[in-house]
Design a protein around this ligand. Structure first.
Ligand code: AMP
Ligand code: MG
Length: 906
């Protein structure tokens, strides 16, 4: 006893040691954010019984004399950081009696949390702090907190066990067992020896091979903000019965509890991210020898666990894989994570191997203080950059404790709790049916499932079973003299437009054109264009709109593929193009001047079916080769009726039509006003290409609304914002940036963000943006008779807030791709949640539900990009640059990365 006393009070000299590689990494981080508290690790141990407080404080003081951890600071001189180890521990350890307080535990915890959050200065210390609290005569808390740079979790366990021994010896009046601790000098030496050994090179080679070609690190965070300090924690428990059952299931597949826990967490992360190549970090002690296991210092390391995931695997299969992978990783656990990041070139980009960590804590803390039992309560495991799942198996009869420790800059408490609840659901599902595929497990509670599948898709609405041209005819009958169309200086009334369309429709019908047939159009942007579109629909046929300005090769390829029954064009356009053997009509030479009868009076009316094709649009995507999407009348009528219901156009409205007809959204511009008795102001191609001219047309025509892609809007409002004041902006076709949304809001109206692929009829969701919504423009809610599903790889609904693949069902879903049954079957699938026969289109877009049933667009799951509203595959960028008319003049630069990847800078 006297010997011990001497050691703590000895004034032999302060010693200096170099820092280890592990410590240097932390030192560098704390330099960047000095005097932070994020590196603190802490816990408190609850002692059940009457503690002798003075003896306990005495034991703690002796512990501090034995453990260098308690006496070390990190100082810096010309040679960089060094560990400065004081010969003696000279601080008083507080004993705080809270037994008179109403909530002693709450008060104690508040004290601890305040102490724990206090910034720590590495050079001034203290790096280690301990305290004793009395909550009641038979209830005490021992708190200890340490900067991670001199202690890790394993080391903390060494300190706790030694304290129990010292205290027990003091109480029992005996000499304690000899101090088992090794010193920091041994750590420094052994690290240096390892780094100079062949083992180090072998480990490095292993990890480089193991992690070759790892994917971008995954995260469950919704935001990618700069991580802030502090710790957010949500705690859940798995019942002792469930824990026992997990043990059994693990044993049944020759695995262990930690292995099955890792497999379960991996399954959860996989289900939320779809990452088939799943990499996460796992803390390890890196204590590979008996000597190392006796030093209460900082050695902890992290290894990367890389798993191949698939939705049809069972937990049993995965446990086997986890077992093998973890065993290999542990063999190479000394190789430092910091070194690995450097090897992989991640340090420079401040990138991680993975943002998600899993830590199964097997340490058993069955500590007794002079016979008194105790319970450990973890308070902090140091900084968490993103998310680490800690699972503690304390063997205390309380089952498993599951902590989600997260960075508060990246997660909210509610998000963490949601994750936790779902992980527990997944675990319970595996317990119930261990042999089910991990992709099939239902992560959603019944209410949430009902919410995302049903409540947010309650879009049923009656829609006329008629082609939209019938609705136009009703307007023409009601207001024949109102202006329907403005082209340059020319105005066409509803009556005149309808009469012209009727004449053309009869001409077409006379040529044998009718339902199911496809009529190609290559026309200038004038009255013929709109007349022809209406006439084709009156005749019950479908149109294939071509942009005459597109490169001839592309036009030829489209016609070759679609083989329309007839081409409507003009002499001038026909002259420049190679349409071999195609039946064509030049509208400038073939005036349809028959009687202006209304073909809806014709007996064909009975034969028109709304599932007949209405139009075919050629678009890119997934294959490189453009393909024709076949859309039907029912979808088009539904779309137009829904948009009219939402936008409420009146006869006073004037819509400037700017989009090439080759693009499906032109149908909104050309048809929607005609349904409402409003005016279409048809902008010439050259006008659209010249922002000043377009702004002029908008002002001059008294336009009230316009639909355009973000690119066109950006070009316009940059210089002509004031001129456009009062114009109601409809925007869609590409992600809407916040800055542009704000710019458009300045025009004076809410901004309508429109989202949808060609394959589901023009637009499928929409949202009026105002206020805070402008900062992160969402794509809104489904239109009438449209259902949106956000699904994971196994076609299970993704939870609210979790990204998944966006699928669209409902009336607007296309008939399919023209002459491409295989591709059609691939992209249009049976709706697993709908009625028999219902189909879904897989968009390739990634989205998530907001808590209020609004959708957020997050990006693509493939390499499709959009250039001025056109879909382009990464593989066909070069071809697209020369073939798409609107792209030719876009400021697009193709940039080749050193690794051969091509990137577009638009
Ligand atoms: P398209 O078939 O040419 O209409 O292209 C459809 C694709 O454009 C969608 O699958 C999305 O990737 C993208 N897209 C369309 N509208 C929006 C929007 N409002 N926000 C984000 N992306 C959009
Ligand atoms: Mg579209």
């Amino acid at each position: 006893m006297d010997g011990l006393n001497e050691a703590t009070t000895s004034d032999s000299e302060t010693r200096f040691l170099p820092v280890t590689v592990a410590q240097r990494g932390m030192w560098v981080s704390s330099k960047i954010a000095p005097a932070d508290s994020v590196f603190n690790i802490a816990e408190y141990v609850e002692i059940h019984g009457a503690v002798d407080a003075p003896l306990f404080v005495e034991a703690l003081t002796r512990l501090a004399g034995e453990a260098e951890t308690a006496r070390t600071r990190i100082v810096e001189d010309d040679h960089g950081p060094r560990q400065m180890i004081a010969a003696a521990f000279d601080r008083a350890i507080p004993f705080i009696d809270l037994s008179a307080a109403t909530d002693p535990q709450g008060d104690a915890q508040a004290w601890m949390m305040a102490e724990l959050s206090r910034p720590v200065d590495l050079a001034r210390g203290p790096l280690w702090v301990a305290a004793l609290f009395k909550a009641a005569d038979d209830r005490y808390f021992w708190y200890h907190r340490c900067h991670h740079i001199v202690l890790d979790g394993f080391g903390g366990g060494l300190l706790a066990r030694r304290l129990a021994e010292l205290y027990s010896a003091l109480v029992e009046g005996r000499d304690p067992e000899p101090c088992p601790f090794g010193g920091f000098a041994t750590l420094v030496e052994s690290e240096a020896a390892y780094r100079a050994s062949p083992r180090f090179e072998k480990d490095r080679a292993y990890w480089r091979g193991q992690l070759a070609g790892i994917p971008e690190p995954i995260s469950l965070a919704k935001r990618r903000a700069t991580p802030t300090g502090g710790l957010l924690r949500a705690t859940a428990r798995l019942s002792p019965a469930s824990t026992a059952r997990l043990h059994e299931i693990a044993k049944g597949v020759s695995g262990t509890l930690p292995q099955i826990l890792i497999a379960l967490v991996a399954s959860y992360v996989y289900r939320l991210t779809g990452a088939e190549d799943l990499v996460f970090g796992m803390p390890v002690t890196a204590r590979t020898s008996g000597v190392m296991r006796r030093i209460p210092g900082m050695m902890a390391n992290a290894v990367a666990i890389r798993l191949h995931m698939a939705s049809d695997m069972t937990i049993g299969t995965l446990v086997g894989q986890v077992g093998r992978t973890v065993m290999q990783a542990l063999r190479h656990q000394q190789y430092r994570y910091e070194d690995l990041r450097r090897d992989l070139g991640l340090l420079r980009q401040d990138q991680q191997i993975s943002w998600v960590g899993v830590n199964i804590e097997p340490f058993d803390y069955d500590l007794r203080f002079a016979g008194l039992p105790s319970t450990a309560h973890n308070l902090s495991n140091g900084s968490v950059e993103d998310l680490t799942v800690f699972i503690y198996d304390r063997d205390d009869g309380q089952g498993l404790r599951i902590d989600f420790d997260a960075n508060p800059g990246l997660y909210t408490k509610a998000e963490l709790e949601d994750h936790q609840r779902r992980l527990v659901r997944l675990i319970e599902a595996v317990l119930a049916r261990p042999d089910q595929a991990i992709g099939e497990i239902d992560l959603l509670e019944a209410a949430e499932r009902h919410q995302v599948l049903t409540l947010w898709n309650q879009t049923d609405h009656a829609v006329p079973e008629r082609p939209w041209s019938d609705l136009f005819e009703a307007q023409a009958a009601a207001r024949p003299d109102a202006v329907a169309l403005v082209v340059g200086a020319d105005r066409f009334s509803y009556g005149a437009l309808n009469a012209a369309a009727n004449r053309m429709a009869f001409g077409l019908i006379a040529r044998g054109i009718g339902p199911g047939q496809l009529i190609a159009l290559a026309l200038p942007r004038d009255a013929h264009l709109l007349t022809a579109l209406i006439a084709i629909h009156k005749a019950g046929a479908a149109y294939l709109p071509l942009d005459p300005a597109a490169p001839p090769a592309r036009l030829a390829a489209t016609l070759e593929d679609a083989r329309p029954a007839l081409l409507l064009t003009t002499t001038a356009i026909a002259g420049g193009l190679p349409w071999h053997g195609l039946d064509s009509l030049c509208l400038d030479q073939t005036p349809f001047d028959g009687p202006a009868r209304n073909p809806t009076d014709d007996d064909r009316r009975g034969r028109r079916r709304t599932d007949d094709p209405a139009y075919v649009i050629y678009t890119s995507g997934s294959t490189g080769r453009p393909k024709g999407v076949v859309l039907h009348h029912r979808g088009l009528t539904n779309f137009l009726a829904a948009m009219q219901d939402h936008l409420g156009l009146t006869p006073d409205d004037r819509l400037v039509a700017v989009t090439t007809v080759a693009f499906d959204i032109a149908a909104l511009e050309l048809f929607l006003p005609l349904l409402a008795g409003a005016q279409v102001v048809l902008a010439a191609r050259d006008t659209v290409r010249d922002p000043a001219a377009l702004a002029g047309l908008i002002v001059e025509s008294g336009a009230t609304l316009m639909q355009a892609t973000p690119s066109l809007w950006r070009a316009l409002i940059a210089d002509h914002g004031t001129a456009l004041h009062g114009l109601r902006p409809l925007v869609g076709g590409e992600a809407l940036p916040a800055a542009l949304a704000h710019g458009l809001r300045q025009l004076g109206h809410q901004v309508t963000n429109l989202y949808g692929p060609t394959e589901t009829t023009i637009w499928s969701t929409l949202m009026e943006l105002d206020g805070a919504e402008l900062d992160h423009p969402p794509i809104g809610r489904p239109l009438w008779n449209t259902r949106i599903y956000v699904l994971d790889r196994g076609l299970q609904p993704a939870p609210i807030g979790v990204p998944g693949d966006l699928y669209i069902g409902g009336i607007g879903v296309a008939t399919g791709y023209l002459n491409r049954p295989r591709l059609t079957a691939e992209r249009f699938i049976a709706d697993p949640f709908g009625q028999p026969g219902d189909r879904l289109y897989r968009t390739g877009d990634i989205a998530r539900w907001r808590g209020d049933g609004v959708l957020e667009f997050l990006g693509r799951s493939d390499f499709q990009i959009k250039i001025r509203g056109f879909r382009v595959e990464a593989g066909e960028i070069e071809a697209a640059l020369t073939s798409l008319p609107t792209i030719a003049q876009a400021a697009v630069v193709l940039h080749e990365e050193p690794n051969g990847d091509k990137r577009l800078i638009a």
